[in-house]
Each structure stands twice: as structure tokens, then as C-alpha cells.
Design a protein around this ligand. Sequence first.
Ligand SMILES: Nc1ncnc2c1ncn2[C@@H]1O[C@H](COP(=O)(O)OP(=O)(O)O)[C@@H](O)[C@H]1O
Ligand SMILES: [Mg+2]
Length: 437
Amino acid sequence: MSEAGEGQNSIPTSKVKRAAKIIGTGAKVGGNYIKYYAKKAIHPDLSKDSLHEDNATDIYKSLSEMKGSALKVAQMMSMDNQILPRAYQDKFSLAQYNAPPLSYPLILKTFQQYFNQKPLDLFDTFSKDAVHAASIGQVHKATKDGKNLAVKIQYPGVADSISSDLKMVKPLAAQMMKMKAADLKVYMDEVESKLLEETDYELELRQATEIANDCAPLEGLRFPIYYPEWSNKRIITMDWIEGKMLPEFLKTNPSQEIRNKIGQAMWDFCLFQMKVLRKVHADPHPGNFIVDADNNLCVIDFGCVKEIPSDFFDSYFQLLDPAILNDKVRLLALYRTLDLLRDEDTEAEQKILIATFEEMILLLGKPFRQPSFDFGDDAFFKQIYNMGENIAKDKEIRNMNNARGPKHSIYVMRTMFGIYGLLNQIKAEVKLNYTLD
Ligand SMILES: Nc1ncnc2c1ncn2[C@@H]1O[C@H](COP(=O)(O)OP(=O)(O)O)[C@@H](O)[C@H]1O
Ligand SMILES: [Mg+2]
């Protein structure tokens, strides 16, 4: 969480300045590698952690000054808990808390532009400083007729800079993920369209209201009420949720019973949305969950909602059918439907891929093959981490055209494994109340 201080008066919006930042980061990362290998020549036992630490600091620094989509990409990378080295994770998850706030004059200007009124014309009180700074917006506290409100205001220029930002981030992201930029295009396009959606706060309000209504029957969940009359494309107003954000809440050492309750609400929320609503809150960041005094899980931030098309749902989640691994004919046909196996793959490549997919299904699908699952089991996450490392290290896999699978899987996987990671942090044991196959 960041308390507003001086405030940042300008964001480097011009393309040239942004390009300079990104290129600067690329060069620094390169430099850090050289530094690392040089040091390593002198001290052969040097661990890679110091390298990751240097890189993460440089990348984080320049991205957080740029704000907007670059920072969002950084956050997204930090979601892949088990994929990025620890140092990156730590730096990038700071993004949620440490983006420098915008000054009050810029806030006034945004209000004037979108409401043609000042904050105090609309509300009884309005905090001059941001109470939370986040990726593409910052949150102020307001009151109206005794009600506490959260007012999220988007940084000016974000929506316009997304496409050009991504053009610069793509090569860096490709490099970090060790993939060819061209192979990533269809996925990056998906990310770009979701990021653009995230800048539309009217869309966020509609998505939030719909999902909150549809999830009303679920136990242990809460959502703020949203106020269309005080919202528009760049400003969104909702009830202020009193409580602790997930990381703070966990520091209070809650009992196992409470952990399970919170975890169950999160797990049911995720699976119910996928199965029944066919759309899902796809930003499982710890800053998007608040635990209130009654230990309800309150969900905020519906800027990123992924619609799950039926044909994708019907094929993709067959991978979670406990019987699938015993039915090789069906399994192979499914891989082809999902573009996980391709006609041009050689016999040898197919063999490696099939073995890799089987390992992934066995491990990642484990929570779906038993009536309850203990996400507090660190051994499970260690196995996932090791599997990721082995796949990343595997020369044969690396040489393949390795970006595969339906574009819809990015946000679905991000959500699923983001939730796995959060449930691990909560150390919750949860029941499987919804299956997806
Ligand atoms: N209704 C709310 N009640 C309390 N805190 C809120 C509320 N909405 C947002 N916040 C705080 O502001 C932060 C940023 O808001 P969020 O909607 O997640 O923005 P972003 O889309 O930029 O991630 C949250 O992590 C949370 O700490
Ligand atoms: Mg958020």
C-alpha cells in the first residue's frame, strides 16, 4: 500500500520517452547478465539470485515509472508464481503497492473532464491523497450521506499508450519467456485486447455488477455495490470495503478453520464462474481480495474478466477428466483439437510433447481428481516449480515452435494458477464443489 506523498506530476507519455525507458531496461538487463557472468568467472559458486535481483530491480524501476500497460504486464508476469524466479516475483508484486501517486491537480482535471464537476460537488468528503495506488488507476476515499466510498481514478493517457507500450514490451517479454516474438503474436493480441478492456471503467462496472449478482448465492463471498451515477469511462465509484487485504490478513495468523473458509470461498468463486457463468474474474492478485471482520472474502477489481467460449470450455476442460489419461485415442484427438499437437510436428517431437503434457495433466490436474485438496502442501508447488524448470531447460522443447494451445487458455490458466498460488499462501484445504470436465 502506498500513502500519497509528493505525487508524480507527469508520466512519460511521449512515445520517445517510453521507448527510451524500455530500451534502457533491455540494455541494463543485458548488462546485468554480463556483470553476472563476469563475477561468476571470479566466484564460480555465485548463485543466480543476485542476477535475478539486479534484473528485477532495473525492470521494475523503469516499468513502475511508466505505469500503464507496461506495469500491468509486469504484474501479470509476477502472477506466474512458479514460473518466474523469486526475485522477479517479489519486485513485480510490489507494483500493486508502490506505484508513485498522481498529484491532486491531475485528479481535479480528470474530474472536470469527465463529470464537469469537482470531487466535492459530488461527494461530502474526498481524500486529497490517494489511499491506494495501483497499476492503471489510483483509489481515493470519499463519503456521501454517511456511506464510505472508494473512487478509482485512471491515470490519464493510459488507454492511448497501451498499443505502443506493448510493441516495446513484447520483445522484452519474449526474451524473458524465451520465446520468439512472432510465435507470441496471437497471445499478445489477446493480452492487448484485455488490457484495452481494463481501461474502460464503464465495462468494469457492468462486469462487476453482473458477477456480483450471479455469485450472490455463494457462501462467504462479498462484493462492493457500484454506483453508475458517480462512474464513467475513467472514474469508478463503489462501496469502500473495510477489512484487510489478503497479505495483511495472513500476517494475523488466522486459524486453520478460518483459512479453509476463506480458501473455500475463493475456490468456489473461481470454479462457479468458470462452470456456470462461463466468464471469470481473471486478475487473482492478492490486492484484489479483502477479508472483512466476519471473515468474508470480498472481491474487487473486475477490470479483467475473461469470457470462456463454450467450444473452448467443452474441449479444454476434458483435460481435467480423471479418465482421460487412460483413453489415448480421445486424448490424442483432443490435443489436436486444442492445437497442442500439430501435423507438422515430427514423430520425435510428438513423443516429447505427449510425455510433457501427460506430466502436466497429472500434476496440475491433481486438485480435480480428489474430493478435497490441501493447497498448503508446499511439496505440490515444489513439484510444479521443478516441472516448469525442467520444461524450460529442455533443449528439445525449447527448439520447438513452443507457443501452443488456444489463446483463451492464457487468461484461464492465469486465473487457475493464480488461484492455486493464493490458496497456497492461505494454506487452505478445500473441497471440490464444482468439477469442470
Ligand atoms: N472498494 C474498495 N474498498 C477498499 N479498498 C479498495 C476498494 N477498491 C480498491 N481498493 C484498494 O485499491 C487497490 C487498487 O484497486 P483495484 O481496483 O485493484 O485497481 P487496479 O485495477 O489498478 O488493480 C486495491 O488493491 C485495494 O487495496
Ligand atoms: Mg487490482
